[in-house]
Structures are given as C-alpha cells and as structure tokens.
Design a protein around this ligand. Structure first.
Ligand SMILES: C[S@@+](CC[C@H](N)C(=O)[O-])C[C@H]1O[C@@H](n2cnc3c(N)ncnc32)[C@H](O)[C@@H]1O
Length: 295
C-alpha cells in the first residue's frame, strides 16, 4: 500500500491499537499495513480491530501449521494449540502408511501380491474453516480429504481452504452429510468439536464470546455432548486400525477416553505442555491387532 492518510502512519496505528488494548500492537500494525490494499482499506481495518474484532477476522486469514488459512467473520479461528492434534494425526497416518507399504512389499511388474495401499482417508469433522484438514493434507501425502460442518458460514469458508488441497466439504449434522461410501474406510477422523461447558461460555474472552458462533464453542453441560455423539458413531466410519482424534481440556480427557472405550475404541491420551493442550485418541482395533492379541 502506498501513502498513508493522517492518523494512519505506523506509529499512529500502534498507539490506536495499544489504547484499544491490543497487547501486540506493533506486530498487528505491521500485519494490517501489509494486508491493506488502499489507505481507505487500512483505515477501515484499524477501526474494526480497535472496535474489538479478532485480528484474524480483520485480516481474513490465520496462520496455522505454517499455512495461511482463510477465516471469514463469524467463523471459528483455528487455535495454535490445535496444531498438536494435527501433529498427532499426521504421525499416526505416516506410521500406518509405512506399515501398510512394508506389508505390501516392493512393487513389481505383474505383481499379484497384496494390493498397494491407497491414499490415507482423512475426515475433518466439525471442520470450521477446514484448517485441520488442510494442514493434514499438507503433512500427509497422498490423502483423500473430506470435511463437514453444520454451520453454512464455516462450510463456505472451508470450501476455499479445502478445495485448494483437492478435498470435499459437506454441510450438515456430524456424519449425516458424508458420503456413505466412506463407512468403514476412514483412516484419520479428526474432530475438533466444541468442548466448552455451557456455564463457562460467558467467561471466554470477548473475541471468542462475541465474534465466534456459539455453535463452535458450546459443548453442553459438561462440554462433552458433541464429543460423545462423535465417538458413538465413530466405529461405523473408521477403517480397522483407523483413529479418532479429539481435543479436550485436561480435566475432560478421562471421560472422553472412557466414552471411547465404551465404543470399543482403544483410548490414549496425549498431552502437550508446550501448547497446553490435550488430545484424546481412540483407535479401532485392526484385524492384525485382534489376531496378535489372541492366545
Ligand atoms: C471448536 S470449532 C473447531 C473448528 C475447526 N475444526 C478448528 O479446529 O479450527 C467447532 C466447529 O464445530 C461445528 N459444529 C458444532 N456442532 C456441530 C454439529 N452438530 N455438526 C457439525 N458441525 C458442528 C461448529 O460449527 C464449529 O465450526
């Protein structure tokens, strides 16, 4: 952007943002200046940010797993802590794909041995902007990516992020809009569902409480309503050996793990102190693990 109108020089913007309570005013001013196409654009963006809109909604994107994810106003902003769920999912997908390749053996002309493994089938359920699915598609190759959300604004936004990596996005309640051909075929089911207990939604910072939709935050009385519904149906969609991954608070993790065990998924809790987050992973036993567990 070229000339700045009076009051929209960098120092003036920093002061305005600082007065509005923005802790990282210098960084934000730099990002706003580089994103604005015209001086009028910059003025409008600074006004929106000073009025309390989240920086990501003003810029139109959020950084997630090193990617620039488009985020429209009214759509949940992907959180840095959710990068841990992506790391866990990507590690499992790569490990399973390596194992399948080793079992299939080297490809030979006229090979009649076990079929070569296909792409990793990933479903990003409750996808919001589609950040989790897009990041998994960038980390694991090849993938067949499907994403779904109940909120039309999220679906519109996810289409931009997920189509860019060759995935499909559907709108509807949890699994309802997914194609039936995915039943029993999903290798990675990533579901960063809403998990804030209803009584705690009012305690969230205004950037979430006011600017993100309630459906993206409120997980019911104990925060686990959506997670339990996702878990209950997961065994029907997971491939043998496939994994469900959900984010939860540290206090919710034992109940989430118990819900998975009740559905015959093998639960494991992974914790990142660096990102201060917890991911609960439920694995559908594979034929291999069932036969190796047999006496
Ligand atoms: C916490 S946000 C997470 C969004 C995204 N996965 C992320 O990590 O950035 C939860 C998302 O779940 C969606 N959601 C809530 N209830 C749903 C339901 N019953 N079916 C499908 N999506 C739902 C919301 O619209 C919201 O986009």
């Amino acid at each position: 952007m070229s000339a700045s109108p009076p009051g929209h020089t960098k120092p003036a913007i920093v002061t305005r943002l600082r007065d509005a309570g923005c802790v990282f005013a210098e960084d934000e001013a730099r990002l706003l200046i580089s994103a604005a196409r015209t001086p009028g654009d910059l003025a409008a963006m600074v006004d929106r940010r000073a009025a309390g809109q989240p920086l990501e909604h003003v810029l139109g994107w959020a950084e997630f797993c090193g990617l620039r994810i488009a985020v429209d106003p009214g759509v949940f902003i992907p959180r840095r802590r959710t990068e841990f769920l992506v790391q866990q999912a990507a590690d499992l997908a790569r490990r399973d794909a390596d194992l399948a390749r080793r079992e299939a053996g080297p490809a030979r002309t006229g090979d009649t041995g076990p079929a070569r493994p296909g792409p990793v089938v990933v479903v990003d359920l409750c996808c919001g902007s589609g950040a989790v699915g897009a990041a998994l598609a960038a980390a694991v190759n090849p993938v067949e990516l499907h994403a779904a959300d109940i909120d039309p604004a999220a679906v519109r936004c996810a289409r931009r992020n997920v189509a860019a990596v060759g995935g499909q996005v559907y709108q509807g309640d949890l699994y309802a809009p997914l194609p039936a051909r995915l039943r029993g075929r999903v290798d990675i089911l990533a579901a960063n569902v809403p998990y804030v207990p209803t009584g705690a939604v009012g305690l969230l910072p205004p950037e979430a409480r006011v600017h993100e939709p309630r459906v993206a935050l409120d997980g019911g009385a104990d925060g686990l309503d959506v997670l339990r519904r996702v878990t209950a149906a997961a065994p029907r969609w997971l491939a043998p050996g496939g994994h469900l991954l959900v984010e939860a608070s540290e206090g919710q993790a034992p109940q989430a793990a118990e819900a998975m065990a009740r559905r015959r998924l093998v639960p494991r809790v992974a914790r990142s102190s660096a990102l201060n987050t917890t991911v609960v992973i439920g694995t559908r036993p594979s034929r291999r693990s069932r036969s190796s567990a047999a006496p």
